[in-house]
Design a protein around this ligand. Structure first.
Ligand code: 13P
Length: 250
């Protein structure tokens, strides 16, 4: 079965409005769309303006986070319903930076996924082990726990809406990407866990992206792995030219 590739740019807390608008126009001009789905994840504040100025159809928009609460007295939070109300279609959930700096737990992430799905958005659920866990050889156990506690309890219909991103923490922003063997092994493992819980058919449908120091010079190799369906790109997504080169690799 061939899954459509996805290349997604997670800008994190980078780019201001003007630079971001320029990026959109540069990337749009360089895309010849049908090769893969192209997603971008700007900061909340930029999303409505960028979606307004963007006249193309090749780039899809997502948020980097949403609240696990529905609405109410949660100062500073942004709800999934609010994101959906301005037309946002994707949302990253459980990025390791949010787990690490903002104390997001597997249980909270499950609630965030529920909120996203309830509001018709596609969650991009991030999982991945820190260096120490990799050094102990316990990465599969670690990722399995993340999946089990946040994702694998959903219905078949809900599960079919989810995109997974494997982002080993030791590869994020370090310049040290996972090897193709490491990526393929973990992606196949994630798919086998989905197959065991649901069905092989469903497991084969779910896109599993790789993230962590994915760059123009390693993207092609990573994307040729059977179970790697594209990338979630941090640093290299900030530069339109580099990002386009990664899209070309997909
Ligand atoms: P880098 O590509 O900068 O390593 O970041 C990956 C990432 O965290 C994407 O979500």
């Amino acid at each position: 079965m061939s899954r459509r590739k996805i290349v997604a740019g997670n800008w994190k807390m980078n780019l201001e409005l003007e630079e971001a608008a320029q990026w959109l126009s540069d990337v749009d001009a360089g895309l010849n769309s049908d090769q893969c789905d192209v997603l971008v994840f700007p900061s909340f504040i930029l999303l409505p303006d960028l979606m307004d100025v963007y006249e193309g159809e090749q780039i899809l928009f997502g948020a980097q986070n949403c609240s696990h609460k529905e609405s109410g007295a949660y100062t500073g939070e942004v709800s999934a319903a609010q994101l959906a109300s301005v037309g946002v279609e994707y949302v990253i959930i459980g990025h390791s930076e949010r787990r690490e700096h903002f104390g997001e737990t597997n249980q909270m992430l499950k609630e965030k996924i529920q909120q996203a799905l309830k509001n018709g958005m596609t969650p991009v659920f991030c999982c991945g082990e820190p260096l120490q866990v990799r050094e102990e050889g316990k990465q599969q156990e670690y990722v399995k726990k993340q999946l089990t506690e946040s994702v694998l309890g959903f219905s078949v219909a809900a599960m079919a809406e989810i995109i997974i991103a494997y982002e080993p923490v030791w590869a994020i922003g370090t310049g040290l990407n996972a090897t193709t063997e490491q990526a393929q092994e973990m992606h196949a493992f994630i798919r086998s866990e989905i197959a065991a819980k649901y069905s092989n058919e469903l497991a084969q449908q779910i896109p599993i992206l790789y993230g962590g120091s994915c760059k123009p010079d390693n993207a092609k190799e990573l994307f040729t792995c059977n179970d790697v369906d594209g990338g979630l790109i941090g640093g290299a997504s900030l530069n339109a030219k580099d990002f386009l080169a990664i899209v070309q690799s997909a």
